[in-house]
Write a protein that binds this ligand. Structure first.
Ligand code: SAM
Ligand code: SF4
Length: 298
């Protein structure tokens, strides 16, 4: 109930009073990673940074004061974070003590994640078998699949980033998700062409075909997180972006009011589904509001 009223009041302030208040914080806690995926511009193999517990505490408190009530711990691979006996679960507990409603960890699922205590887990799944492996490395799909099969987490979802290598795997990925009892939902994003990864962006025709396929499956009841209104907006990608809905704190401590895409000038080619979902919420699309409430308060 408390969460529902907070969300309703937040919506009133941002929609009708035109205030720009974040609801979510994306905090990059390390850029250390155990993979080096082809589509990624974040990981740092040579000189990885691991933020200190006290720095992350300050960043959580700052984000909370700004208004954010949901936090996503990002990396690098966030499950690698540690400091003097503390691990990622210590950060989850800290966020809850500060007052965040919910915590999320996005992971590549290369290590077992049964012990993770975040409210929701996002596993990055970029296709089935060889499609995932050609982006993330040989054997990564098999490890992910095994670790998912061992999971008892109640809110485990997967995120597929569609690019020029894996778009033929959309339908089999949907079947994989539907048949896997451990996975709640799948969310689709498109590759965002950060510097050096431009070649992985798919052209507009393929993007529209991919979206039509996803909408077709959604109508058949497949467990897809994106709303139909949000998916339709992603076809043209020319809607107004309100990316201040999530504030970002980068691994070097830079505090951004909005997504890194703006800093890197890639908004016109943005592939993040959240941008179109938020636009639909602002336009009071019922299907998106329901999808958003399910995501936020279950
Ligand atoms: C940077 S990763 C960090 C968390 C973790 N290492 C993982 O792979 O899940 C967070 C998410 O960003 C996605 N991502 C990476 N590069 C991207 C890009 N260029 N466009 C869209 N999503 C991207 C990844 O697929 C992953 O789901
Ligand atoms: S596992 Fe995540 S952070 Fe690491 S390289 Fe892949 S997408 Fe980037």
């Amino acid at each position: 109930m408390k969460q529902f009223f907070y969300l309703a009041f937040w919506f009133f302030k941002v929609k009708f009073l035109r205030k720009e208040i974040p609801l979510q914080s994306v905090i990059f806690i390390t850029d250390k990673c155990n993979l080096s995926c082809r589509h990624c511009a974040v990981y740092n193999l040579e000189n990885p940074i691991m933020k200190s517990y006290s720095q992350i505490k300050q960043e959580l408190e700052y984000s909370y004061k700004k208004g954010a009530r949901f936090v996503d711990f990002e990396g690098g691979e966030p499950t690698l974070w540690q400091e003097d006996g503390k691990d990622i679960n210590s950060l989850v507990s800290l966020a809850k003590e500060i007052g965040f409603f919910s915590t999320t960890i996005t992971t590549n699922a290369q290590n077992p994640f049964e012990q993770l205590q975040a409210d929701s887990l996002w596993i990055s799944l970029d296709g089935v078998g060889k499609y995932h492996n050609q982006i993330r490395g040989e054997g990564t799909f098999e490890k992910l699949d095994k670790n998912i099969s061992l999971s008892l987490h109640k809110a485990l979802s997967v995120n597929m980033v569609i690019n020029s290598l894996n778009y033929p795997s959309i339908e089999e990925t949907l079947e994989y998700v539907k048949q896997n009892p451990h996975i709640k939902k799948i969310s689709f994003n498109f590759h965002t062409p950060f510097s050096g990864t431009e070649y992985l962006q798919i052209d507009k025709e393929k993007r529209i075909n991919a979206i039509n396929t996803i909408i077709k499956y959604k109508k058949q009841g497949y467990p897809i997180m994106n709303s139909i209104s949000g998916l339709k907006l992603m076809k043209e990608n020319n809607f107004k972006k309100r990316c201040w809905i999530a504030n970002f704190i980068l691994v070097d401590g830079t505090r951004l009011k909005e997504c890194t895409g703006k800093t890197y000038g890639v908004c016109d080619n943005c592939g993040f589904g959240m941008a179109s979902e938020m636009h639909s919420v602002f336009n009071l699309r019922i299907d998106t509001i329901i999808a958003g409430l399910k995501l936020r308060i279950g």
